[in-house]
Design a protein around this ligand. Structure first.
Ligand code: SF4
Ligand code: SF4
Ligand code: FES
Length: 395
């Protein structure tokens, strides 16, 4: 039987001692999981090792940890797989980040993760009048929210979220993915107020910095960052929500500057984010105030040659034909009605016959998931990046 050495991060806040590393050598087949290794170490060497687990099948979300510095489910990581990331031949296991440690590998999910989930009203507020029988929901609409429904609440994305590291009040990837589950559901009656709330919150949808960490971390392919981008699209484009954080205007300033000049004209981003989408934006009192505050930074950048006076005053210009091509892309995308937009999704919409051999979840699996069935979980697992029809249009 092969041997593996586990290096476990130990910490008991009640003991008043600093955290430390603890090593144990276990004997297991290499296809067995890191969780089984930890449980063996606990059974054979030290009954006080703290680890939370339940299903041992990547379903319950209890065993989230960091393995060799990366967030993972301990029950879903084979020992040989963990060895490939081990720095000195030892598998390091630590508690997840961004959450306080209760003991050893157990973090306080209630204080952070679940508090944030509760923040987004994680239930459906149904439309009235209530139909005599069931609500009829278009298949495409359910497919659209299936990806966010695949979440098992493990907290791996929260653990690695860079925004949350800087701003612990950020609502965060898991909760915002949960929010899209209801914003994308046609049966929910509160789309506008949910979005307005999340857009106006300074720790809401515009607090995400697009770092992709949550997408890499998620063991279920939920792609929380993509769900946040969907929330932004629906808030800005479909509901025209102009938030007090300038998030919507900031995004529009990027896309409109690229549309108009072909390349981002950076000097215009700040004034337009505060003053609106025009060259006169810098004259607006809000933009003027921000520009004044930023003068020391701008002066430093000018002195260091990072920006030039010409670059500030004049945009880059692409050749006319190239610019035309860029405008054509915008016309195609912006000309679409909201219902015609193609969202990237793990799930593809269609019929069983078309799905055969495609490797995607069937409509049945998607609708099963829509009702909280297991088909969705398995579909999501089959659809993890690299093995899936990720990127297939959902509608
Ligand atoms: S993409 Fe956004 S939500 Fe996801 S980890 Fe980065 S900052 Fe957090
Ligand atoms: S989105 Fe993914 S990583 Fe985040 S809690 Fe859900 S399953 Fe875990
Ligand atoms: S024990 Fe349930 S997900 Fe690992």
């Amino acid at each position: 039987m092969p041997e593996f050495t586990l290096r476990l991060r130990r910490y008991d806040p009640d003991a008043g001692e600093a955290p430390y590393w603890d090593e144990h050598t276990i004997e297991l087949e290499s296809h067995q999981s890191v969780l089984e290794g930890i449980l063996q170490a606990r059974a054979r060497f030290d009954g006080s090792i703290g680890i939370r687990c339940s299903c041992r099948a990547a379903i319950c979300g209890s065993c989230g940890v960091r393995i060799n510095g990366q967030p993972a489910l301990a029950c879903h990581t084979h020992l040989d797989q963990a060895m490939t990331g081990a720095r000195d031949g030892v598998i390091e296991v630590e508690p997840m980040g961004n959450m306080p440690v209760i003991k050893d590998l157990i973090v306080d999910m209630d204080a952070v993760h679940w508090a944030k989930i509760r923040r987004v009203t994680p239930w459906l507020i149904n439309k009235e009048p209530i139909p005599e029988r069931e609500y009829i929901v278009p298949h495409e609409a359910m497919v659209d929210v299936t990806q966010s429904m695949a979440c098992i609440q493990c907290g791996a994305c929260v653990s690695d979220c860079l925004s949350m590291e800087v701003d612990p009040l950020f609502i965060g990837p898991a909760a915002l993915a949960k929010a899209y589950r209801f914003v994308g559901d046609p049966r929910d009656a509160q789309h506008f107020s949910r979005l307005k709330d999340l857009a106006e919150d300074p720790h809401g949808i515009y607090d995400c910095t697009h770092c992709f960490k949550c997408i890499e971390a998620c063991p279920k392919g939920v792609a929380p960052m993509s769900q946040i981008m969907r929330l932004r699209r629906v808030a800005g484009r479909d509901h025209q929500i102009d938030d007090g954080n300038n998030g919507g205007r900031h995004e529009r300033s990027f896309t409109n500057l690229v549309r108009d000049y072909g390349i981002l004209w950076e000097a215009e981003v700040l004034p337009r984010s505060y003053g609106g989408d025009s060259r006169l934006a810098k004259l607006s009192p809000r933009a003027g105030g921000e520009l004044l505050e930023s003068l020391p930074v701008i002066a430093k950048a000018l002195l260091r040659g990072k920006v030039t006076p010409k670059g500030v005053l004049k945009p880059h210009r692409l050749p006319k034909d190239d610019l035309k091509q860029i405008k054509r892309i915008y016309e195609t995308i912006e000309g679409r009605e909201a219902g015609e937009r193609f969202e990237l999704n793990l799930y593809i919409s269609g019929y069983d016959e078309e799905q055969e051999g495609a490797g995607g979840a069937t409509p049945d699996a998607a609708s099963d998931a829509a009702q909280g069935g297991d088909g969705g979980q398995q579909g999501a697992e089959a659809g993890q990046p690299g093995q899936s029809p990720e990127g297939s249009p959902s509608r």
